[in-house]
Design a protein around this ligand. Structure first.
Ligand code: UT7
Length: 330
């Protein structure tokens, strides 16, 4: 379909180091049995010492550009979704631009929307492509969640992992996969359910020499979030399908945010969608926040789970609170 933003290439990268549930049993009072039954997570990847958000993004971006048949010099815009940037400044998107050698890039920007960051960025890329159909946009989700994990807090440290995924988007042509539609939502009144950095930001800055407290790390009211996550993703997904004259029966593969297998199962039940058509990798990577959906999409694509003609539905939910859904046509 002409005028729709094309998906030219996909790629992902996860660090080699694996942290298993039995490893976590050695660190906090938890058990493989608790983590498995409450979350579905068996293991997660951990970035190496000194391996920041932009480095993971670089590996994923190179793979996506190769898949697209593009060079770094073709990239005109970079949108990098993360809540774990290398630094406050330079932004990780600018670091990525420099490392990639994307010399023609007109805009490199980080997007902070928690776990929904990749879908938010995909929607922003659609807007940029509407203004400039000749653009080639690198849309990345990259996280080193472990940099913000308190490994003495069992409520959070078992849930998250590190990784990155990237998509290359270009102007609409008749052929190839494209983004059909996307829809976002936010509710800032619920931000207290998933704060990160209640200390160490401008609202509560550290003084020189002050010790880091637990408020620097991810904190969450899990049970409340769970309810909002299922309702938010189900409502938005339904709205997106309806406004495109579709129902869940038209969706070939559903790729929800990989935070917890029980959330995914509850979402499937609420939507009346079969679990066998849902892509799940939370068992291997845990919650990689803004990287979660794009890692799953790239992995599903590489594994041959997506074929030409398929409709693929993405949805995510995260800190902010934020949530979003996108519909892709392959
Ligand atoms: O990506 C952004 C979106 N993320 C989410 O939406 C996450 C949503 N929430 C969840 O995934 C789940 O609520 C959790 C996995 C975080 C927690 O599962 P839950 O079934 O809601 O457990 P809970 O918070 O109700 O806690 C049950 C019990 C508590 O003990 P008490 O108070 O009942 O004695 C916790 O202290 O489980 C305890 N607990 C643990 N026990 C062993 C919490 N974490 C652990 C642990 N190991 N790691």
């Amino acid at each position: 379909m002409s005028g729709q933003p094309n998906i030219l290439g996909l790629g992902y990268y996860v660090p080699d180091s694996v942290l298993t549930n039995p490893d976590l049993e050695e660190m906090v009072e938890t058990s493989d049995e608790w983590i498995t039954t409450r979350t579905g997570i068996k293991e997660r990847r951990i970035a190496a010492e000194g391996q920041g958000c932009s480095e993971l993004a670089l590996h994923a971006s190179r793979r996506a550009l190769k898949d697209a048949g593009c060079d770094a010099g073709d990239v005109t815009h970079i949108l990098l979704a993360t809540f774990t940037p290398d630094y406050c400044t330079p932004t990780s998107s600018c670091v990525l631009q420099g490392e990639l050698g994307a010399t023609r890039c007109q805009m490199a920007a980080d997007v902070g929307a928690g776990c929904s960051g990749f879908i938010y960025s995909l929607d922003l890329a659609r807007g940029l492509l509407a203004l400039d159909p000749g653009a080639t946009i690198l849309v990345v989700g990259s996280e080193v969640c472990t940099a913000r994990l308190n490994f003495s807090d069992r409520n959070t440290c078992v849930l998250f992992g590190d990784g990155a995924g990237a998509a290359v988007l270009g102007g609409g042509s008749e052929a190839g996969p494209y983004v059909v539609d996307a829809i976002q939502h936010s509710d800032g009144t619920l931000g207290h359910l998933l704060p990160v950095g209640r200390e160490g930001g401008s609202a509560s800055p550290y003084k020189l020499g002050q010790a880091v407290s637990e408020d620097y790390f991810i904190q969450m009211k899990g049970r409340e979030l769970f309810r909002h996550a299922v309702r938010g993703m189900a409502d938005l997904t339904t709205k997106l399908l309806h406004r495109n004259g579709l129902s869940t029966a038209d969706v070939d593969l559903f790729i929800p945010h990989q935070a917890n297998l029980r959330i995914i199962e509850a979402l499937a039940k609420k939507l009346g969608y079969p679990m066998q058509n849902i892509y799940v990798n939370v068992d291997r990577y845990g919650n990689t926040s803004a990287a979660s959906v794009i890692i799953a999409l790239s992995e599903a694509y590489a594994a041959g789970r997506i074929t030409s003609g398929d409709k693929v539905l993405l949805t995510a939910f995260g800190a902010g609170l934020t949530w979003g859904s996108a519909l892709l046509q392959f």
